[in-house]
Design a protein around this ligand. Structure first.
Ligand code: SAJ
Length: 417
């Protein structure tokens, strides 16, 4: 059978590689020509897919990367894994629309189209299906099949990879569900059927909204605990000894990445647009999490205040820039907002983060290495990202004050968020 995967990013490429592995003929479509060229040369830019695995797929003759939808002709299954970014808090579904329009031209009787992109409940039925029907002249009831299955790819997760992670599946009707479920049963260990694409779309948003809201809770708790003289980190550690009914979340300098800051807003946007109401939990969580870089700045100013030093003109070292531990991804990272605030306050910023590629390095931030000589130059440092493979001990062996936003350090010169 021929499978087309539209979007060959950190979600689409693992789907494509797994489909090749189990014997499908796979066409990976991506509009980014550079990406396609990279893939054709056997260079994977996706963390969990090695060059060797990609080259083996190409060598098998069962994987082709292309930017030309003509190569999708006569597909049996098409999986759409394109981005759904927020633009000014409004979901941008143009990538879904464009890929659906392009696929519709190659839709045939009996083929299946599955949407994986994160989006608000109703997108599959209200947006995807009409585009496919208009572009093909076929009917979704009886001619072809449509369903939705949220992605749960967690880059770098060695325990829960694509195959091991349960996959929620849905179909427009019983036959569609059967087709969608059969496809995923052939490539992952566990499928979880729900009654319609709406429940599946909502499942994904619930998963990440749950995280976003709970992180906001411990963030706000951290702010009050600090004023109350309570070590919230200890209380969180102690609370997580409760063997049931508690899930550990930790405060931080803000919530980054392209999942958590985005996904919940799909829900709040639709509730506002369709119901004219406010999804208060999401809006509150956004406010609190977005405010954390400002809170870090305030705490840093207090730290300098103790030395009767103004932030303006001070040399600040940021340790870690990426949005989460062990990631090199700096997109949507809270450190970017913190840098903006620090520059506005007149601070002179240096940073160390060997996970972040040079081409992604933010402007007006000097790149340094973490060693004792450079450390003495700084008036204060902030631990923003707690990479596992970094020895931050150097930070506590000097008397340069450190604001630790991740509870990684122990030392007389350390203050916890
Ligand atoms: N964060 C906190 N405190 C926490 C957890 C996270 O401040 O207790 C911050 C992180 O530093 C980061 C942001 O929130 O800036 C997001 O962290 P995340 O752990 O949610 O990582 P993401 O954004 O990579 O989320 C992905 C999601 N995966 C998918 O959407 C398929 C999420 O559902 C996963 O649970 C998460 O990975 C994971 O567990 O690694």
């Amino acid at each position: 059978q021929k499978v087309v995967v539209v979007g060959q990013g950190y979600v689409g490429l693992p789907v494509a590689m797994r489909a090749v592995q189990v014997g499908y003929k796979v066409v990976g479509i991506d509009v980014d020509k550079r990406r396609v060229d990279g893939l054709r040369n056997g260079v994977s830019y996706v963390e969990d897919i090695s060059n060797e695995e990609l080259r083996a797929a190409i060598a098998s003759g069962n994987y082709v990367a292309t930017d030309d939808y003509q190569d999708a002709v006569d597909f049996d299954v098409a999986v759409i894994t394109v981005p759904t970014p927020l633009r000014e808090s409004v979901p941008d579904l143009s990538y879904i629309e464009e890929s659906a329009e392009s696929l519709a031209a190659h839709l045939t009787v009996g083929s299946t189209v599955i949407l994986e992109s994160t989006t608000y409940p109703g997108t599959t039925e209200e947006l995807l299906v009409p585009i496919l029907e208009r572009g093909s002249g076929l009917r979704s009831a009886g001619d072809f099949y449509v369903g939705y299955s949220p992605e749960r790819i967690d880059p770098g997760n060695k325990t829960w990879g694509f195959v091991e992670t349960p996959k929620v599946v849905s179909g427009l009707n019983a036959q569609a569900l059967e087709r969608v479920r059969d496809f995923y049963d052939s490539i992952v260990e566990t499928t979880v059927p729900v009654s319609s694409p709406r429940e599946a779309e909502m499942t994904k948003l619930l998963e990440n909204t749950f995280r976003h809201v709970n992180i906001a809770l411990v963030n706000e708790l951290a702010i009050f605990a600090n004023q109350l003289g309570v070590n919230v980190w200890e209380s969180i550690e102690a609370a997580s000894t409760k063997p049931f009914g508690f899930m550990k979340f930790t405060p931080g300098p803000g919530v980054g990445g392209h999942c958590l800051p985005v996904d919940p807003s799909y829900l709040s946007w639709q509730v506002r647009r369709k119901l004219g109401q406010n999804f208060r939990f999401v809006e509150l969580a956004n406010d609190i999490n977005d405010h954390m870089p400002d809170y870090v700045l305030q705490r840093l100013m207090m730290l300098l205040n103790k030395q009767a030093r103004a932030l303006s003109g001070s040399h600040i070292l940021l340790c870690g820039l990426s949005y989460k531990r062990d990631s090199g991804d700096i997109r949507e990272s809270p450190s970017l907002r913190l840098i903006e605030l620090l520059l506005e306050a007149g601070a002179i910023i240096s940073a160390v983060d060997h996970h972040v590629e040079t081409y992604r390095w933010p402007d007006n931030v000097r790149r340094v290495e973490l060693d004792s000589s450079t450390l003495e130059m700084f008036d204060a440092s902030v631990l923003v990202t707690d990479h596992t493979d970094v020895d931050y001990e150097l930070l506590v062996s000097s008397d340069v004050p450190v604001l630790d936003t991740r509870n990684r350090l122990k030392g007389a010169n350390v203050e916890l968020l």
